[in-house]
Design a protein around this ligand. Structure first.
Ligand SMILES: *Cc1c(COP(=O)(O)O)cnc(C)c1O
Length: 230
């Protein structure tokens, strides 16, 4: 096995252990491989090992890699997730080349993505990014702003609102990690009670995936543990 294949196996094993410890079905949690800054060869290696969903943060870098991967893997169903900050002049290319966007936090961006999503493609899957630890440096909605934007985004015709995403403040205390993820889950439950059909909590990275899974993550976004240090 290659190192990346090995690492993927280790991550899957950690995910399964965390799911079972939480009394959850391991199949209910998906692994998003975050390949930002790594070469296309690393993505191809992960695909060889069975990985199908990739997260990228920087648009131009992502577009270059997507075009190479698509020609090399022909009709394989690879999923591309945009997980970086979005500038409004970049929405067209995001709408054209990605399957998911995890980082929507403004109605203007959502409207542009909906208008620019090509007719031939299914609706673009969307998560709203929540600044759950209220860090000044982080993008994302404050928890108080989420419901209003969620109801607006749910009405946009070419978007499919799937759920919420967060990048909590770094902590090595697992209780602190869990409390941030729990807030995101409670926020999603509140939206579900208001009638929104949400099925996704995008939370958990290499250092805190177990806490995220314990609190209900359905997508974990893992970079370092698969591809190595950036
Ligand atoms: C880089 C990144 C990740 C992956 O982080 P690791 O700590 O390398 O697993 C996950 N989510 C987002 C939004 C990122 O930018």
């Amino acid at each position: 096995m290659t190192l990346i294949a090995d690492n993927l196996q280790v991550v899957h094993d950690r995910m399964t252990a965390a799911a079972l410890a939480a009394g959850r079905d391991p199949e209910s949690i998906r692994l998003l491989a975050v390949s930002k800054t790594f070469a296309t060869e690393a993505i191809l290696e992960a695909i060889q090992a069975g990985q199908k969903a990739f997260g990228e943060n920087y648009l131009q870098e992502a577009l270059d890699k997507i075009s190479v991967v698509e020609t090399m893997t022909d009709k394989m169903p690879i999923e591309w997730h945009f997980i970086g900050p979005i500038q409004s002049n970049k929405t067209r290319q995001i709408a054209e080349h990605f399957d998911w966007v995890h980082t929507v936090d403004r109605i203007k961006i959502a409207q542009r993505l909906s208008e620019q999503r090509p007719e031939a493609l299914p609706a673009l899957n969307i998560c709203l990014q929540v600044n759950i630890s209220a860090e000044d440096s982080k993008s994302g909605l404050s928890p108080e702003q989420v419901a209003a934007l969620a109801h607006d985004v749910a009405c946009l015709p070419r978007l499919h609102l799937r759920g919420l995403m967060a990048i909590p403040a770094i902590s090595d205390d697992s209780e602190e990690q869990r409390s941030a993820f729990r807030q995101l889950r409670l926020l999603e439950q509140q939206l579900q009670h208001e009638g929104l059909m949400l099925d996704t909590l995008s939370m958990g990275m290499s250092a805190d995936m177990a806490a995220a899974i314990a609190e209900g993550a359905t997508i974990v976004r893992i970079g370092t543990a698969i591809f190595g240090r950036r």
